[in-house]
Design a protein. Structure first.
Length: 535
């Protein structure tokens, strides 16, 4: 008896889908699909750095407020990362990944429409929610589709998307800003996001766990309170409006609320059956130590990276596209080294490339601590070359090593923790280094100002020469030219103080990076073939 037409059609579609999923190339198409989301999520963490000077000028904002454009994105992304495992288990991995792309694309559109820094920060929150789901769910999808022996290579290829964002993000951002406007750096995400959503619908298959856990609302809220108020305190400690400094009522209230949030969070997570963040996974020694290393890495890397475009554009006079081009070799070197280190991590002691990467990262930061108003191109580029190599060596084997002993059904939660630790470290880094930049700028301004005595013969000679030059070039009275000369000297002192403050930040970043070597020494090497991971 012939089957009805609609049943035949349904049978053929199901058969085609089954063959599609069983094809040997299927997992690689999934990897490419996930790399699209990774590219735009990381892109928005790098492309904005180049646009900060133009955004500051457009809104008349200070560093104290403008750093929240970065911090808000990273903070919300960090808070949302742990929820991704529950959402994916409850609603399905394909559906969650598609929804995260949709939310991120909407957030990008809202960022482009922003008319002041507060609206832009709020729109970045929407972006951060989408990115917070996208990164760990994408990583879990890749790890689920690849066998354990291929995961090092898969993660290395996955890292190419992040590396491409590091390379081309600032370059694309610089081109868009110089030729269009800063809003274009957000609008560029829209076509990429739409393409990623279409690819997700076509390529991926749905996967849901049979047992879904209840959502830990108390854990989610307490962690949000803890991180939000702590980062707010760190970022605003040296703000110009906070005349009471670190002991003001505002700061004490922020620290008090943060401490209360942390206490509630720890008590909740260690007592409920289905915690928001399964802290018990950190008992697996390699996973716990790897997360500590990643937290330190996040502080030094993200905390210092946003300073370089400010230095290049505000101090050296680079255009946005020129500032973006200096980052191009970083991602290329990171992409090449990520694949190589991914292959090596499946075959050799994984601690070797990790330690080498940390040492090179610290060396690049230390080299940046010698920048000045007269730094030449090679002095800027050489540390970035080294940084690209270090990131490729470090991240892939660290990811492989940290997740090697995690059971497959726990990978989504573990990858969520792994990514949230990096984002929280980055948020701390931006807040701490931003506050330190303000503090050190004031310090160096005071020191240089005291060294310049207006009654000294040298000051009088320089002022007179500048005044005569200004009068001859632009006309006007000698007294007016003398006032402009003194203003130029003051401007130079302010510029020198800012550059020295940036250099101090890089020196601190180098020291923080080296501190990550200590916990690495205690990790036990786990090769792919000897892993306890359940298949």
């Amino acid at each position: 008896m012939a089957l009805p037409h609609h049943r035949v059609k349904k049978h053929l579609i199901g058969r085609f889908s089954s063959l599609h999923y069983e094809h040997p190339s299927f997992r690689w198409w999934v990897l490419v699909n996930v790399m699209i989301g990774t590219f735009i999520a990381v892109l928005d963490a790098t492309i904005v750095n180049v646009g900060l000077p133009k955004i500051m000028a457009s809104f008349g904002a200070t560093i104290d407020s403008i750093e929240w454009i970065i911090t808000a994105y990273m903070l919300v992304m960090g808070v949302m990362l742990p929820t991704s495992g529950w959402v994916a288990d409850h609603f399905g991995y394909k559906r969650t990944y598609f929804g995260s792309l949709l939310l991120f694309t909407i957030g990008s559109f809202l960022c482009g429409l922003s008319w002041n820094e507060n609206v832009l920060i709020a729109s970045r929150v929407v972006q951060g929610i989408g990115a917070g789901f996208m990164m760990p769910v994408g990583m879990a999808i890749v790890l689920r589709e690849f066998s354990h022996k291929e995961r090092g290579l898969a993660l290395g290829c996955w890292a190419i998307a992040a590396a491409a964002s590091v390379s081309f993000g600032p370059l694309i951002g610089g081109y868009l800003i110089d030729n269009f406007s800063w809003q274009a750096i957000f609008y560029v995400n829209i076509p990429i996001g739409l393409f990623g959503m279409i690819a997700t619908l076509i390529i991926q298959r749905e996967y849901r766990t049979e047992k879904t856990r209840s959502f830990d609302l108390v854990g989610f809220l307490s962690m949000s309170v803890f991180l939000s108020f702590l980062l707010l305190a760190l970022a605003e400690g040296n703000a110009s409006w906070n005349i009471g400094g670190w002991t003001s009522d505002f700061m004490l209230a922020c620290f008090g609320l943060s401490l209360a949030g942390l206490a509630v969070f720890l008590l909740t997570e260690l007592s409920v059956q289905h915690p928001f963040i399964e802290l018990r996974l950190l008992k697996e020694f390699n996973f716990g130590i790897s997360n500590l290393v990643l937290f330190i890495f996040g502080i030094s890397m993200f905390g210092s990276t946003f300073l370089l475009p400010l230095y290049l554009q505000n101090s050296l006079g680079y255009t946005a596209i020129q500032a973006g081009m200096v980052f191009l070799p970083v991602g290329i070197l990171q992409a090449v080294t990520s694949v190589i280190s991914g292959i090596l991590s499946d075959r050799v002691n994984q601690k070797v490339p990790i330690v080498a990467g940390i040492v090179l990262l610290a060396a690049s930061m230390y080299m940046n601590s010698f920048i000045s108003l007269f730094s030449e191109h090679l002095q800027i580029m050489l540390p970035l070359y080294i940084r690209g190599l270090s990131l490729g060596l470090l991240f892939t084997p660290l990811s492989t090593l940290s997740l090697a002993r995690i059971p497959r059904e726990k990978i989504a939660q573990a990858s969520g923790i792994f990514n949230v630790i990096r984002q929280i470290g980055g948020s701390f880094g931006v807040a701490i280094f931003g506050a330190m930049l303000t503090r050190r700028t004031l310090f160096h301004t005071a020191v240089y100002g005291q060294a310049v005595s207006q009654n000294s013969p040298q000051f009088q000679v320089v002022t007179n020469n500048l005044a005569h030059f200004i009068q001859q070039s632009g006309g006007g009275t000698l007294s007016r030219a003398a006032a402009q000369a003194r203003a130029l000297i003051g401007s130079h002192i302010a510029q020198q103080a800012f550059v020295q403050a940036v250099a101090d930040n890089f020196f601190l970043a180098a020291a923080v990076s080296l501190a990550a070597i200590v916990p690495i020494l205690f990790i036990s090497n786990t090769r792919s073939g000897s892993s306890k991971l359940s298949s």
